[in-house]
Write a protein that binds this ligand. Structure first.
Ligand SMILES: [Zn+2]
Ligand SMILES: [Zn+2]
Length: 352
């Protein structure tokens, strides 16, 4: 498998971002990303996708959208829609039929920022996901680079502080999002992705004017690393298909790339059925050996159905002989700016 790094979930001037697609491409190339997925609010922006090459580096820009009901107040239930190829925003009022239509169109749907609390100092309401009657969605955005900020800014002064030191924001995915994901994966396969929700916002406070959380900052932070069977081949349609089919299968992990690069992380299983990677199912008869390899030393935990089954305070690998069925996933943490930070969150391997 070949690993590519994707930043997804971001906004341009087509919705409430301050930059354009070219700004995103320039920042992504500088950050060394392989692909970005732009998701403006309730609009599928056409003719902006494709390969961009600069100084020998290539970037694939894909276009999806983030759909929510504008008539709803507050506007809860944001859904990231990828690869559906047609406008779906008119279905926003009913998440169940929206998810079904996305699936019928061959697209992927991810519950965005499941936990997204209010930030009253900035007049931002709680826009967490609340419609749990839905089913059939591809997965959820486990870690969102912007909603975590809302938990840290009780006053405008706090907002100003984090605008100047954005690297202090990210700590970990919300605990209740992790808990809900673990519950869901006991019933069915639910893919976790990480999103930046980059807006390149412009902030004004008195005489101060500053772009806060520029695209470039986000592109080195919360990324989704995807394992694809063949390297990207500079063929847009084929490469898009490869990326979406791997995302749909859960062949990916969520990474906070600032503390230390996460390229090279692998979580695999070997049993009588052969080998499996993140997102796959494997038969448990005769036992399964799970193996996680980290690109550097870190605190590492193996979790089965939401319970820690093995952990190490400092290791660069973990091996576990699993005798029970369940959804097994790996979490790794590192210290960064004096605090413990989530670093790697794998998708589960499902032992039947
Ligand atoms: Zn949103
Ligand atoms: Zn968004």
């Amino acid at each position: 498998m070949h690993e590519i790094v994707i930043n997804l979930h971001m906004h341009t001037r087509y919705s409430d971002g301050s930059g354009c697609h070219q700004d995103i491409a320039a920042a992504a190339l500088k950050a060394g990303l392989d692909a970005v997925i732009v998701t403006d609010h309730n609009v599928l922006v056409r003719n902006m996708g494709g390969y961009i090459t600069r100084d020998g580096h290539k970037l694939l820009m894909l276009i999806g959208e983030e759909i929510h009901d504008r008539d709803c107040d507050p506007q809860k239930n944001h859904l990231l829609v990828l690869g559906a190829r047609s406008e779906m925003a008119h279905l926003a009022a009913d998440p169940t039929s929206l998810i079904r239509s996305v699936r019928d169109a061959g697209g992927l749907s991810f519950i965005a920022h499941m936990t997204d609390p209010a930030a009253p100092a900035f007049h931002e309401p709680d826009i967490s996901w609340e419609d749990w009657s839905v089913e059939g969605f591809t997965g959820l955005e486990l870690w969102n680079g912007f909603s975590e900020l809302k938990t840290l800014i009780p006053t405008k002064l706090h907002g100003l502080f984090f605008a100047f030191v954005p690297a202090l924001v990210a700590h970990a995915p919300p605990a209740d999002t992790l808990r809900k994901w673990d519950q869901l994966t006991r019933q069915s396969r639910v893919v976790a992705i990480g999103g930046s929700d980059a807006h390149a916002l412009r902030m004004r406070m008195g005489p101060l004017r500053r772009m806060v959380f520029p695209y470039e900052f986000h592109f080195g932070a919360i990324n989704t690393h995807v394992l694809i069977p063949e390297p990207l081949a500079d063929r847009e349609a084929q490469d898009e298909q490869r990326i979406y089919s791997s995302l749909s299968a859960g062949h990916c992990f969520v990474a906070y790339d600032r503390p230390f690069p996460t390229r090279g992380f692998r979580f695999t299983a070997r049993g009588r059925d052969g080998e499996a990677i993140m997102g796959d199912e494997i038969g448990g008869a005769g036992g399964v050996t799970l193996q996680a390899i980290l690109p550097s030393f870190a605190e590492i935990r193996l979790i089965r159905n939401g319970e820690v089954v093995q952990e190490s305070r400092r290791a660069h690998a973990l091996i576990h002989h699993a005798g029970k069925p369940g959804a097994y996933r790996v979490e790794a943490y590192r210290r960064y700016f004096g605090r413990r930070r989530g670093w790697i969150f794998s998708n589960p391997i499902y032992i039947r």
